[in-house]
Design a protein around this ligand. Sequence first.
Ligand SMILES: NC(=O)C1=CN([C@@H]2O[C@H](COP(=O)(O)OP(=O)(O)OC[C@H]3O[C@@H](n4cnc5c(N)ncnc54)[C@H](O)[C@@H]3O)[C@@H](O)[C@H]2O)[C@H](O)CC1
Ligand SMILES: [K+]
Length: 466
Amino acid sequence: MIPLDGQPILTAGEMRAAEEATMVAGTSVDTLMERAGEGVAVAVHRLAAGADIVILCGPGNNGGDGYVAAAALHRMGAAVRVAASGAPASPAAVRAAARWHGPVEALAQAEPATILVDALFGTGLSRPLADEVAAPLHRLARAARLRIAVDVPSGVGSDDGAVLGAATCDITLALEAAKPAHLLQPAAQACGTVRLIPIGVPVVSHTHVLSSPLPEGERDMACVAPSITLPTPGPNSHKYTRGMVAIVAGGMAGASELASIAAMRAGAGYVLHLGEGQGPPHALVRKIFSADALQDARIGAIVVGPGLGRDDATRRMLDASLAAHRPLVIDGDALRLIDPTTIPAGSILTPHGGEFSHLFGQEGDKITRTRRAAAQTGAVIVHKGPDTVIAAPDGRVTVAGEGSPWLSTAGTGDVLAGAIGAMRAAGLDPFAAAGAGVWLHGAAARRLGPAFIADDLADALSAVRG
Ligand SMILES: NC(=O)C1=CN([C@@H]2O[C@H](COP(=O)(O)OP(=O)(O)OC[C@H]3O[C@@H](n4cnc5c(N)ncnc54)[C@H](O)[C@@H]3O)[C@@H](O)[C@H]2O)[C@H](O)CC1
Ligand SMILES: [K+]
């Protein structure tokens, strides 16, 4: 069982295409189903630790995986039963069901078990679960001590992360690759902990789960795509090579102060706060805002937006920032003021859901929408939320899993903007800087645990810099 870190994410259509290519290359669907079912059985056997198991099988290939797993668990000596929503319908599921020699209970009357394995529907779900399926699924899920989904919980939209009747599971065993539903809310919450089971289908994707930073030598061994990099100072580093970040302050000075502290704690060598505020930290260099101050060629990133305000004066500050021709992180109020057609290519935008919809509309799933916005603007878009999606103009996307729900508090977005600014100023390209900032932010939140405030989060960035 492999963690999701850095793994490719495939839509149902992409997964089907990868599966078909594997079949054309000589591996039958039965072999793939065999590997899926056997892999599920090994994982369930370990998790069940001798407890009784009921496997719910649907009509398609997800159900087929369930029948194979049931036969394998029976061979392993497990106390396993099968309940089905109807007869198997796909040819491979029919063949798989024929290998299960025990009784098949009707789903509606099925007795509960300690361990529930949900193999009713996978990536092929095309409409919400009907009540006659959803009701027994939820009844059996409530009665079970551990709920395990095969591939995805039955009743989630695999591509858009919608919940269409699913019961919340504790563990989801994703076959070969992550699916958007494993990361996108609300489905991600219904998945519980997600682990991958490889089934020998080669997959390539432009979309990946955000990975933790890996030391140089371990990247190839981990066989995962683009690991994030955290720039670290060398013996010859000085404050400007580590990165100079200018933070444009507006009416709500607290927000830009948080961004400034975050930039310093994330590792910037020099942070320049351009606004009225005073006081500690003493390491922060404070100047009154002027367009001239932004002309310093040593500035590696300008962060504009946290606490900026939306009046004419702040609009002029935004215009000066855009005209400075330095790498930009555009956040908060600046996202309300900016005309999306004037965003300089190579900028990083950090909208939350409301700001994103204001700029780019709401059509499509979160990954598709974010990718489209990046292509339209030529900017890297960090579409924030419990399922932050980062998209580059060239089509690459990473999705951050394992966000902390405690991040939903005032000021955490300002901290993120500052952290990304530090990564950009240290020389990372916009996509890498966005990924590194999002990772640092999430790691700091996880380290803090519950009920922290944004000030704590900014301070905690130092500790997760590694
Ligand atoms: N990815 C791989 O390489 C492999 C995946 N496997 C498993 O196969 C499923 C996908 O199988 P598929 O047959 O395409 O879809 P489903 O099993 O999810 O079900 C489709 C089935 O159900 C009907 N249907 C759809 N929605 C509903 C609904 N709401 N109510 C009732 N019926 C519905 C639909 O018409 C079909 O008949 C994947 O997730 C993996 O688990 C393979 O094992 C091989 C390798
Ligand atoms: K399932």
